[in-house]
Design a protein around this ligand. Structure first.
Ligand code: HEM
Ligand SMILES: *[C@@H]1O[C@H](CO)[C@@H](O)[C@H](O)[C@H]1NC(C)=O
Length: 240
């Protein structure tokens, strides 16, 4: 999921420098504040807001005085992270655990209008998936060989139309069965989120409103139980 992913990227920068995208990602993960997954930190918020703005996305006010973890604990956060093989019910349940509604989940997934995924995360979907446009599957297979671990780390854009623009193409891709991850396409697979996906696909203002509402909700979440928290005086350092 996103924040872990962003952090990981900071530690292991990838060669997507052609658009300067890697630079944005790195700038949002400097310091310790981005280490907790479910609680967006101030730095993370500012960073991702800047990123989305640069890429044409909506903006939102950054809340101050957030609760953050006292440790950079990835393990506790990791156990909670949805994986690309999740079906719709599993995705809804995973977000529900954090008081995020199905609507929040569908809106937040729109973050996949920017960025890339490694082949190992979408291989099964493009080779075995049934809810996928065959032309799109063929395109993605070209750089994602069937046999693991061949090409495991090869990248493909989430958004086949506009990889680095924060727009609603993610949703129109889903409507035309061109979701990259299984978990993306699950949002439009004959289930409860189909209607909303169709709305977002044609209504950028609605998507922007819902996305911002959901990301603010997510940013106000407490870190997972068991992780000691504090309200940081300085986002970059644990209080002494
Ligand atoms: C709904 C459940 C979600 C799943 C299963 C999921 C899964 C993934 C996976 C597998 C990747 C690619 C990682 C890689 O191949 O290295 C990814 C990338 C990404 N995710 Fe998610 N994600 C989810 C929700 C979110 C949310 C809620 C956000 C933000 C609000 C988000 C933002 C991103 C971004 C920006 C990237 C691209 C990072 C890059 O290109 O470096 N994702 N996600
Ligand atoms: C397709 O599914 C089969 C059966 O689950 C599995 O053995 C195979 O590895 C999958 N193929 C790919 C490319 O993921």
């Amino acid at each position: 999921m996103p924040w872990r992913r962003l952090l990981r990227r900071h530690h292991r920068p990838r060669s997507t420098g052609r658009h300067g995208y890697g630079t944005y990602i790195q700038s949002m993960t400097v310091g310790t504040c981005t280490a907790v997954f479910w609680s967006l930190t101030m730095l993370g918020l500012i960073g991702i807001r800047t990123l989305f703005l640069q890429l044409g996305g909506p903006s939102w006010p950054v809340p101050l005085g957030q609760r953050d973890s006292t440790t950079a604990s990835l393990n506790a956060a990791n156990s909670d992270i949805p994986t690309p093989d999740y079906n719709l019910d599993q995705l809804i349940a995973a977000f529900n655990k954090h008081q995020l509604s199905p609507r929040d989940m569908t809106a937040l997934s729109g973050a996949h209008t920017i960025g890339y995924s490694q082949c190992l995360n979408f291989r099964d979907h493009i080779y075995n998936g049934t809810n996928i446009d065959p032309v799109f599957a063929t395109l993605r297979k070209r750089t994602c060989p069937a046999q693991a671990p061949n090409g495991d780390t090869n990248l493909a854009p989430f958004d086949v139309q506009t990889a680095l623009v924060f727009d609603i193409a993610y949703y129109s891709n889903l409507v035309t069965k061109r979701g990259l991850l299984n978990s993306d396409q699950e949002l439009f697979n004959g289930g409860s989120q189909d209607a909303l996906v169709s709305q977002y696909a044609t209504n950028p203002a609605l998507f922007a409103t819902d996305f911002v509402a959901a990301i603010i909700k997510m940013s106000n979440l407490s870190p997972p139980p068991g992780i000691p928290t504090e309200i940081r005086r300085n986002c970059r350092v644990v209080n002494s």
